[in-house]
Design a protein. Structure first.
Ligand code: ADP
Ligand code: MG
Length: 395
């Protein structure tokens, strides 16, 4: 799960991470009011979307920049009016862009230097990693590729947590000395506490800035949260903005389905993440492209299967469906009744290949056969993949 920058700022305040004051606004008037409350001169208007690269982005109507530094509250109101209700395209939004329905009005600071700072969960080292760079405000992937020597890494032992010597080490590698190093250490520690207590999998500050009056402040924020920990993060869940998410994934999450939308045209309905991945692999191996990853889980109910099938059928890119079920815990007949229930609600106008194996398979097959639906049954995984790829190509 992700959150907006203005919400990240609320977490910064709660955990004592230094950041310029900011207020969110949904209309130009609200933006003007917020700007007067913060007070000029020196304000920044920032489009709130779940994507980075806003500063260099362009609105679909041609207006340039999702981040504007202005002098007066009147100018802030004017710029907010130009952003709200418009679609911003950045290198992270894809060509369709993202609708801006909120802007953040924040105090602008005079920057002397921008840095990059992130804390993330690093599976490779079974620990947390801190990534810092002197090249802030830039695309970090590009820095990593072209000037890897400008990126510093520090691993944090999960049992020990971030130690102050590590903060000083990072500050020193960024060239920060004296009071600036102390301030940086304080900010890193506060951010670490936020990251750990809020079950983040990533916090990224790009840029972390040094101001002309020698303050170390976080100017931007990107957060990812560990979805498996959301049950104990009620405040974080309350910040969820489903309008920023793939509608297919939002629907799937309501039914507890593990669903990830992809770009291909063959939908997969599978039980078990491993089987789902091998199903995607074998579709590709036979020349097809999967439209999604979908694991209905080991003990899915008829309602979940019906919901899964409806999400698949609601995707206009889907040109064929492959159901691949191995009934270990799952009863094949539940899958069969779910498919039929969904197909009755949403008319099935595309090829459907079903491969059932395992628990109660004969009953499942009989249920499907008796349904009168145009279903192609397959004997094994290879047969199933070949049949659905051929059917989609022929259509
Ligand atoms: P994005 O990464 O989406 O482009 P940022 O929040 O990083 O958005 O803003 C882009 C640039 O705008 C920053 O690199 C910084 O130079 C400037 N900026 C952002 N917030 C402020 C602020 N409060 N005061 C002054 N400059 C800012
Ligand atoms: Mg940024």
């Amino acid at each position: 799960m992700n959150i907006h920058e203005y919400q990240a700022k609320q977490l910064f305040e709660k955990f004592g991470v230094a950041t310029p004051k900011g207020i969110v606004a949904s209309t130009a008037e609200e933006a003007g009011k917020a700007a007067r409350e913060i007070g000029g001169p020196g304000l920044v208007v920032k489009a709130q979307v779940h994507a980075g690269g806003r500063g260099k982005g362009t609105f679909k109507n041609g207006f340039k920049g999702g981040v504007h530094v202005v002098d007066t509250p009147e100018q802030a109101e004017d710029i907010a009016g130009k952003m709200l209700g418009q679609t911003l395209v950045t290198h992270q939004t894809g060509p369709e862009g993202k609708l801006v329905s909120k802007v953040l009005i924040a105090k602008a600071v005079d920057i002397t230097k921008e840095y990059y700072f992130a804390i993330l969960f690093d599976r490779g080292s079974s620990s947390h990693a801190i990534i810092a760079s002197t090249e802030g405000g830039m695309n970090i992937e590009e820095v990593a590729e072209k000037t890897p020597e400008k990126i510093f890494k520090e691993f944090v032992n999960p049992a020990l947590g971030l130690q102050s010597y590590q903060c000083r080490k990072i500050a020193a590698s960024l060239g920060l000395r004296g009071p600036l190093a102390n301030q940086a250490t304080k900010l890193f520690t506060a951010l670490w506490n936020l990251y750990l207590k809020s079950d983040c999998s990533l916090v990224e500050i790009n840029p972390l800035a040094i101001t002309t009056d020698n303050q170390v402040v976080a100017l931007d924020a990107k957060f990812n949260f560990d979805d498996n920990a959301l049950y104990r993060q009620k405040d974080v869940v309350a910040m969820r903005d489903t309008t920023e998410e793939d509608p297919r994934e939002v629907a799937a999450s309501e039914f507890g389905l593990n669903y990830i939308g992809l770009d291909g045209n063959i939908a997969c309905l599978v039980n078990g993440a491993g089987l789902a991945m091998s199903t995607m692999d074998i579709i590709k191996f036979h020349g097809g492209e999967p439209a999604n990853f979908l694991d209905v889980g080991g003990g899915a109910t008829k309602e979940q299967v019906t919901a899964a099938f409806k999400i698949i059928l609601g995707d206009p890119n889907v040109k064929g469906i492959l159901v691949n079920i191995f009934g270990g815990i799952m009863d094949c007949n539940i899958i069969a009744t779910g498919i039929i229930a969904a197909a009755q609600e949403v008319s099935l106008g595309i090829p459907l290949v079903v491969r059932l194996e395992g628990n109660n398979v004969e009953a499942g097959k009989a249920t499907l056969a008796a349904s009168g639906l145009a279903i192609t049954s397959a004997s094994d995984l290879t047969d199933a993949a070949q049949k659905i790829v051929a059917a989609v190509k022929a259509a």
